[in-house]
Design a protein around this ligand. Structure first.
Ligand SMILES: CC(C)(COP(=O)(O)OP(=O)(O)OC[C@H]1O[C@@H](n2cnc3c(N)ncnc32)[C@H](O)[C@@H]1OP(=O)(O)O)[C@@H](O)C(=O)NCCC(=O)NCCS
Length: 168
């Protein structure tokens, strides 16, 4: 994996357009909205991390991305989302590499637990040491207030599986 780096996007802004195109190739959305979201990346959270391949001759290509989002109710935890590897680079261990490097980065922030949700990639995360857990909210007090107003309304059925991993 010597030819690959995992870098914070906001410290490597020249990768923003490539990163936007990669994410939009998986989850199409307006480029403006996607760029706006990516431009929020910062040293505190949220942070977008990009997996970059060194192609030689100082040429680098973005082939992976994930986003670290704060969880207001759990300040020592982080939520990982928008995990994606470029289609033609899948199945080579790069998703695993991106996740492990990101966990190292998360530890440098002093954070102890990683949460995420998935619909159909549970097996991938199980292999990385994640275990199923109860659903969590990544929204702050407004959402809590809404929840209080709607406690008698059963939540809609969700196919999402929440998972977590404690970092050593
Ligand atoms: C999910 C994703 C990031 C995995 O990346 P990847 O580079 O293909 O995965 P890796 O090659 O690193 O796989 C690591 C391990 O997980 C396994 N794995 C990967 N995807 C899997 C899947 N869909 N089902 C079961 N196992 C899977 C691999 O077989 C490998 O196992 P091994 O360590 O025993 O060899 C990639 O497929 C992707 O970008 N998918 C589309 C976007 C997406 O669905 N993201 C997840 C949102 S929750």
């Amino acid at each position: 994996m010597d030819d690959f780096d995992v870098l914070p996007l906001h410290r490597n802004k020249h990768f923003t357009k490539q990163c936007c195109d990669l994410i939009n190739s998986e989850w199409p959305r307006s480029e403006t909205a996607r760029l706006y979201s990516l431009e929020n990346s910062c040293d505190t959270l949220p942070t977008s991390l990009v997996l970059v391949k060194n192609d030689g001759n100082n040429c680098k290509t973005v082939i992976g991305h994930l986003k670290l989002t704060p969880i207001p109710s759990m300040p020592d935890s982080v939520f990982v989302e928008t995990v994606v590897i470029k289609t033609n680079q899948r199945g080579l261990g790069l998703g695993k590499h991106l996740m492990y490097k990101s966990e190292e980065y998360i530890k440098t922030l002093g954070l102890k637990t990683v949460y995420l949700s998935t619909i159909d990639k549970k097996e991938f995360y199980l292999k990385l040491g994640y275990v199923g857990c109860q659903s969590i909210s990544i929204y702050g007090s407004f959402s809590s207030a809404v929840n209080k107003l709607t406690t008698n309304i059963p939540p809609p059925p969700s196919k999402k599986q929440y998972m977590k991993k404690k970092l050593m």
